[in-house]
Design a protein around this ligand. Sequence first.
Ligand code: NDP
Ligand code: MG
Length: 378
Amino acid sequence: MKKRIVLLGATGSIGESTLRVARSLPDHLEIIGLSGGRNTARLLEIAKEFPAARLCAGDEAGAAALRNALPGREILHGSDGLDELASMPDADLVLVAIVGTAGLRPALKALEADKDLAVASKEILVMAGELVMATALRTGSRVLPVDSEHNAIFQCLEGQDPSTVRRLILTCSGGPFRKASANDLASVTPDQALRHPTWSMGRKISVDSATLFNKGLEMIEAMWLFRLPMEKIAVVVHPQSIVHSLVEFLDGSILSQMSSTDMALPIQYALTYPKRYAGPCAPLDLLALGRLDFEPPRTDLFPAIGLARRAGTMGGTLPAVLNAANEAAVDAFLAGRISFPGIWENVERAMDAVPFVEHPTLDQLIEADRAARVCVTG
Ligand code: NDP
Ligand code: MG
């Protein structure tokens, strides 16, 4: 039987890779819901390719344009539309690939409606990991990681006793400035920050990879997904991005997952779990690769990892503050309003300034998120 998939964020980088997986596995996957944001033209093209899917445009104007082009087709829009797609009665699995925290509400809706949830949007686990995982536990739905590092760890942990894990080792490409000096970092432009050495991704995550906030967010994401304390989560730089992450067990064994640098593979594994099929991802040629390198991250020059460690260890509202301040600071950097080091300076300032709540409700998390953004833009 085909798995019926709702894809939120279809017009983005993860969205496009997901569609590539769906095209290559037509006997196993069926796309029944698709959402976009501002790129209505791209959503229209995708809608024509998947004529049976229900659609959700970013706003009313986008929905009107789609209705004109696709008479007779049902078109939703905005956050209510996302909620409706996320709880479609026919859906088996909802993949959330909306950048930032706009995917949190539909992710919770999907879990409440007993759907499996595939999470690409790491920001929602950083902001509200406790709530998302508690909801999944209550409803019995699965949370399947799409982020390549977490998908790798998920694969390595299969069939293992979680109490035998000594630590998780997240790999990190080091980003475009792996070898830069503090001086070089001071004058980094948005164009330079958007040029990732090994992955092709959306703008926000590309900047996050350059500051290493991406790895910081992933450390917190890993805490929630695998229910481990921050001290059991380590980071190593691995410039080739072939070993996607590793798990070290109590006996000293280390298991890793390797594959080519293509998000189609972790996306496919999350969509078809627990089954494996021949999909669009090219096989890995170890001999052409020749070598795999590992180095320590430069935490002195890139404070993001230390800030994320602090946020994950303290818990409460601090991860939400780190996440929201980073999102606002990345926007400000891309708009030319702050420097590249200004990103982590703003995040640290917000973490020091926003009042801390140890066991926040969802409303308190939303308030911490808002206050952190004001700290950056205000
Ligand atoms: P993109 O910027 O390429 O795509 C983002 C998607 O979200 C687009 O479909 C966009 O629509 C939609 N969107 C943005 N804002 C809203 C909103 N307010 N409401 C509804 N839809 C919205 O990002 P990526 O695909 O690169 O990343 C998506 C998520 O996956 C991020 O959280 C990222 O951290 C994570 N991720 C990405 C990886 C990658 O390789 N790209 C790897 C691992 C994780 P539109 O473009 O039409 O405006
Ligand atoms: Mg990742």
